[in-house]
Design a protein around this ligand. Structure first.
Ligand code: BG6
Length: 481
């Protein structure tokens, strides 16, 4: 199957930081279908060779194990092409179409790795130029809107040019191997299904913690905040994968129908429940890995009096028969104590304890970062003699060790899926809009609340109110570090 992959925003951050390294890994692993071309388009004039040299240089910033040797890059570079385009000029789209049609590859994947404010003009121009035929797929990178109305507007312009099954909305968390494993755990094994419900599960926690601050993205982040940046998409997508019903088939729409039902079952927020069940925070100066780091308001391109949240913790429920009454806690933030992303399924305790001492409840930890793996925490007898207390032990599964040579990273997986036409790991417009519908009351309540985000020290686990939120139900956040 031949393909052409066009990267709009071909000299931008996303292209050289994420997409090119992912494409190179796919190439190195022999997973990129033969007969492919990668065409980067951007505003300035440069030759194919100058573009290849630009990308080669950018690979110096990539993790050493993922950097190509000179010989590997030379072979990879044969796939790379460059074309200057002014994205507002219809003639430039005509030129692109000619370039693509001259070969007529089986699949044409158009990846919009540009700023989202350009999506409407690009989609409209692609449609007008006839670059929207059945062999074309369009890939859209987040952020897809900053509220429901803007997301709907983007979906409207996309839908005017493309059918829904041509639209591949990326949430790169869905490409992470741990998320694939969550699906495999639930629907490739019968073991957990009878337990996967309110009768056996006490609560579920999702933590997406980062040690990094906002870095060079201060202006973007200051307009966005953690709720829009991480909760509306990544955290909610993980929640849907945990809470969804088994789909009738493995087809993309069967899966996405079930995820949508979860989003529709989330308990709606009211101004009162926002005040009670949502905590927002903003980092102050602190220490991370022994180094002093500045507070959020001192970061470059952030407003002096910014009220932007860099931390969110919230409690919600999925209102259906399977999950009624089970709290789901979500927490995410920047400049926290470490980079740690995991989902913790806390099972209920034994109904009638007969062993002395504390009987800790079982828990299943699905680890996304820094490594991905699975831990099942059980209570066991150490065999140390009469009257002994039970001790917690865990069964640990390290996926990197189990499947070392075959693993593919998030973007690599998503790019290969877009090329192969597999929509399972991409977000459908109705899912995306429903997620906005659910977070909007929080944004509205915050806009009206003069108190603003609570301060927390960089290097901590967020404001004390976050621990208090979960302690109210007699629980505590699970932290591995
Ligand atoms: C992005 C956010 O979507 O995800 C960033 O915009 C965040 O702010 C990043 O740092 C986290 O992704 P990962 O894969 O590093 O956990």
């Amino acid at each position: 199957m031949s393909f052409d992959l066009v990267l709009f925003g071909g000299t931008g951050d996303l292209t050289w930081r994420k997409l090119m390294p992912a494409l190179f890994q796919a190439f190195r692993h022999g997973k990129l279908p033969e007969g492919g071309r990668i065409l980067s388009v951007a505003r300035d004039e440069r030759s194919d060779d100058a573009y290849r040299a630009f990308i080669r240089e950018r690979f110096e910033d990539v993790d050493e194990s993922k950097r190509p040797s000179g010989e590997e890059f030379a072979r990879f570079a044969e796939l790379l092409h460059y074309r200057r385009m002014d994205l507002s000029q219809p003639a430039d789209y005509g030129g692109l179409k000619q370039w693509l049609d001259a070969r007529g590859a089986d699949t044409q994947v158009l990846f919009l790795a540009t700023s989202p404010h350009l999506f409407p003009v690009i989609c409209a121009q692609l449609g007008a130029a006839g670059l929207n035929g059945p062999r074309v797929r369009v890939v859209l990178e987040k952020p897809l809107g900053h509220d429901l109305a803007s997301a709907q507007e983007i979906n409207r312009v996309v839908a005017a040019a493309f059918a829904e099954e041509q639209a591949y909305r990326i949430d790169h968390y869905l490409g992470k191997p741990a998320v694939q494993n969550l699906s495999a755990l639930r629907f490739g094994n019968a073991l957990f299904e009878p337990l996967w419900r309110r009768e056996s599960i006490a609560n579920i926690q999702i933590t997406l913690a980062e040690g990094i601050g906002v870095g060079t993205r201060g202006d973007f982040y200051d307009r966005t905040g953690a709720l829009r940046d991480m909760v509306q998409n990544h955290a909610l997508q993980l929640l849907t994968m945990i809470a969804m019903e088994p789909p009738p088939t493995g087809d993309a729409d069967a899966l996405r129908d079930e995820k949508l039902k979860v989003l529709k079952s989330l308990k709606p927020f009211t101004p009162e429940s926002v005040a009670r069940d949502v905590v927002r925070g903003q980092y102050k100066a602190g220490i991370i890995d022994g180094k002093a780091v500045p507070g959020y308001r001192d970061e470059a391109k952030v407003q002096l009096e910014s009220r932007c949240e860099t931390f969110v913790a919230l409690r919600t429920e999925v209102q259906n028969w399977r999950w009624a009454g089970v709290p789901f806690y979500l927490r995410t933030g920047k400049r926290l104590a470490g980079r740690e992303a995991h989902i913790v399924v806390n099972f209920r305790g034994v109904p009638h304890p007969i062993f002395p001492g504390a009987n800790r409840a079982n828990k299943l930890v699905i680890k996304l970062q820094p490594e991905d793996g699975l831990e099942l925490h059980l209570m066991a007898a150490k065999g140390s003699g009469p009257g002994e207390l039970l001790a917690p032990v865990s069964l640990d599964l390290d996926f990197d060790k189990a499947f070392s040579s075959e693993r593919v990273g998030g973007y690599e997986r998503l790019l290969l899926d877009a090329i192969a036409g597999r929509l399972n790991l991409f977000v459908r417009s109705d899912e995306q809009e429903q997620a906005w519908r659910w977070v909007e009351p929080v944004l509205d309540a915050w806009a009206k609340d003069p108190s603003g985000p609570r301060p927390y020290a960089a290097g901590s686990w967020g404001p004390a109110a976050s621990s208090a939120l979960i302690a109210r139900d007699g629980c505590a956040w699970v932290e591995e570090q």
